[in-house]
Design a protein around this ligand. Structure first.
Ligand code: O2Y
Ligand code: MN
Length: 592
């Protein structure tokens, strides 16, 4: 297919304008076929960009430039006409000024390169919830990743017809001259730009992950959250799973967790309780919409996983390990001498020799890790052994429960149920997590990350909180129940009190019982807590006294958090909904 075969006048015009601006040598319109994927990989192998992995059929290792290894929040912008509409959680730039800056950077940036046009759908093509994007990029690495992470190709163009709506997503790795294996621009020239008032995305200077695979964080979260606000649905940073009880009853659970809280592990949980079955519907993004039946229906708009490799192992996530046995793209992992990938946390024994993520010889005496801490795997959802058969059902699945969770050594109990929807929104709005070595910044520092959406909400977060409250009003008694979980509470000796991983199903079971009204609970100012006997702890050897700490509402400790919590809420100024102020006041009154 060539530009001349395109039948959509707006798409044709945008493509022509982009070709004129970026000046590529060639243009390739992606059909999304396996042949296209194979040809691109062959070309990248021939150029030394991709390393085939003989131990994993159809799999390749890529190494990025050391300066281009993660999403760059400092270079991510929301460009609204009024600064206040982007809100305090976003970097803002005036749309006209940003357009002018980008125009200069994009000018002739694709000289000597091929411009790829990637028509993609977020969500199944036959779903009314889905949205179509077209990414133009000069990175073949982006094309192969988009093949896995989204639905790409000719069928999308057919669905678009000659008048369908699409979101233009322009990406260039930038004009950087340094590294021929991974082109990118210096940090101060990187721009991950969103224009929510025009539904346009423009990214320049980074070829990595969320900065470059524009369907994911840029479209499916930042732009989609703003669209959802305008149109009456929700775009959330959540995992989605189905749990089936031994009696065969199904529960669908969404969960919002900041990074380094085990979101992918929970999405692919192997329950330790006999008879319980978990199926994965998604590990990162959920779109939700009230249906005619009054319930909230949920859908994962992605088609793959872009997961963190370090820490993933047969012990922590056996289902992820099976997912990535073949047809997987690895980025910034270490390479073993027999041609496999390796990362910290994969197994107890470190290999005696590796090639590290920067291509250097590595031995265990080296202090620096062999794999980059943000090394990634890209794998199709269809390779997940516990993928739910309804993962691409056009209507999604009806949601029973929403979890919020963070990493807290103290303060937050193992699980609480919100007292009502407004209280649940307050729990989400005050979601806080302690940083780990995997985050940037000091270890153990408390960060508020409302609904785990701080880097991903494409509009003013005060308005986002109000949108959550409004959705609750609309859903009424059919709203999913909201819970707050914390798998990371520690005892006085600094050891974790809860085993986590597959044993988290014990908490999920209590949640399902609460949804069904099968168990009572203890009402406290922070929510309904399980009575000790209602948690199924059969076969579990918790340390003596551990359960008392795990189920302690932590009121005295919360008192210490109060100044930080108040400062966090104050950031939203007069856009903070009155109903959340009331929740904060009610909590403050109950603290010792
Ligand atoms: O560093 C990146 O570009 C990846 S960020 C990411 C990838 C998959 C799922 N979640 C995230 C995130 O930052 O939340
Ligand atoms: Mn994420």
């Amino acid at each position: 297919m060539t530009e001349d075969d395109l039948v959509h006048p707006k798409l044709k015009a945008w493509l022509k304008q982009t070709i004129d601006l970026c000046g590529p040598d060639h243009v390739h319109i992606c059909d999304g076929s396996p042949k296209e994927y194979a040809t691109l990989m062959e070309t990248m192998v021939a150029k030394g960009n991709a390393i085939p992995l003989p131990k994993r059929p159809g799999s390749y290792l890529f190494r990025s430039d050391p300066s281009d290894v993660a999403r760059v929040e400092a270079r991510t912008f929301i460009n609204t006409r009024k600064q206040d509409d982007a809100g305090p959680s976003n970097n803002w730039a005036d749309p006209d000024a940003m357009r002018a800056t980008l125009r200069d950077l994009y000018k002739d940036c694709m000289k000597g390169r091929t411009l790829y046009v990637i028509p993609f759908s977020m969500g199944p093509l036959d779903s009314p919830l889905s949205r179509i994007g077209v990414e133009i990029t000069d990175s073949p690495y982006v094309v192969v990743n988009m093949h896995i992470m989204t639905r790409v190709g000719t069928a999308v163009l057919q669905k678009l017809g000659n008048a369908g709506a699409f979101i233009p997503c322009l990406h260039s790795s930038g004009k950087g001259a340094g590294n021929p294996q991974w082109v990118c621009a210096p940090m101060d020239q990187k721009y991950i730009s969103h224009f929510p008032e025009e539904n346009v995305i423009a990214s320049y200077g980074s070829g990595y992950g969320g900065n470059a695979l524009l369907g994911k964080k840029c479209l499916a979260l930042r732009l989609a959250s703003a669209m959802a606000w305008r149109e009456g649905w929700m775009a959330e940073h959540m995992l989605l799973l189905r749990l089936t009880s031994p009696e065969g009853k199904r529960y669908h659970i969404g969960g919002a967790f900041p990074s380094a809280c085990g979101k992918t592990n929970l999405a692919m949980i192997t329950p330790t309780l006999p008879g319980w079955k978990a199926e994965c519907l998604g590990d990162d993004i959920v779109w939700m919409k009230p249906d005619a039946d009054g319930r909230l229906w949920a859908l994962n708009p992605e088609a793959g996983f872009f997961g963190v490799a370090p820490g993933t192992s047969r012990a922590t996530n056996p289902n992820a390990m099976k997912t990535i046995e073949k047809n997987t793209i690895f980025t910034n992992c270490a390479l073993t001498d027999d041609g496999d990938v390796w990362w910290e946390g994969l197994d107890r024994e470190k290999p005696s020799h590796l090639t590290d993520w920067q291509g250097q010889s590595w031995t265990p005496d080296k202090e620096a890790p062999a794999a980059h801490p943000n090394a990634r795997f890209t794998a199709s959802a269809t390779q997940c052994p516990i993928l739910c058969q309804d993962w691409d059902a056009p209507e999604g699945v009806p949601l029973d429960a929403i979890l919020f969770g963070g990493r807290r050594a103290h303060v937050a109990p193992l699980v609480t149920q919100a007292l009502n929807w407004d209280h649940g929104v307050f729990l989400g709005a005050t979601l806080a997590s302690e940083t780990t070595a995997a985050n940037i910044g000091a270890v153990g520092k408390l960060r508020y990350d409302p609904m785990a959406m701080t880097p991903f909400c494409g509009y003013n977060m005060g308005d986002y909180f109000q949108h959550w409250l409004t959705m609750g009003d609309r859903l009424g008694t059919k709203a999913p129940a909201i819970f707050y979980v914390n798998w990371f509470r520690k005892g006085k000796d600094g050891a974790y009190l809860w085993p986590g991983y597959g044993d988290n199903c014990r908490v999920l079971k209590w949640i399902c019982d609460r949804v069904d009204g099968k168990v009572g609970a203890r009402e406290t100012p922070v929510g309904y807590l399980p009575c000790a006997n209602d948690l199924d702890l059969s076969g579990l050897n918790l340390a003596p006294g551990a359960l008392d700490v795990l189920l302690d509402p932590g009121l005295a400790e919360r008192k210490e958090d109060q100044p930080q919590l108040e400062a966090h809420l104050a950031r939203f100024g007069d856009r903070l909904p009155q109903r959340l102020r009331q929740q904060a006041a009610a909590l403050a009154l109950c603290l010792p």
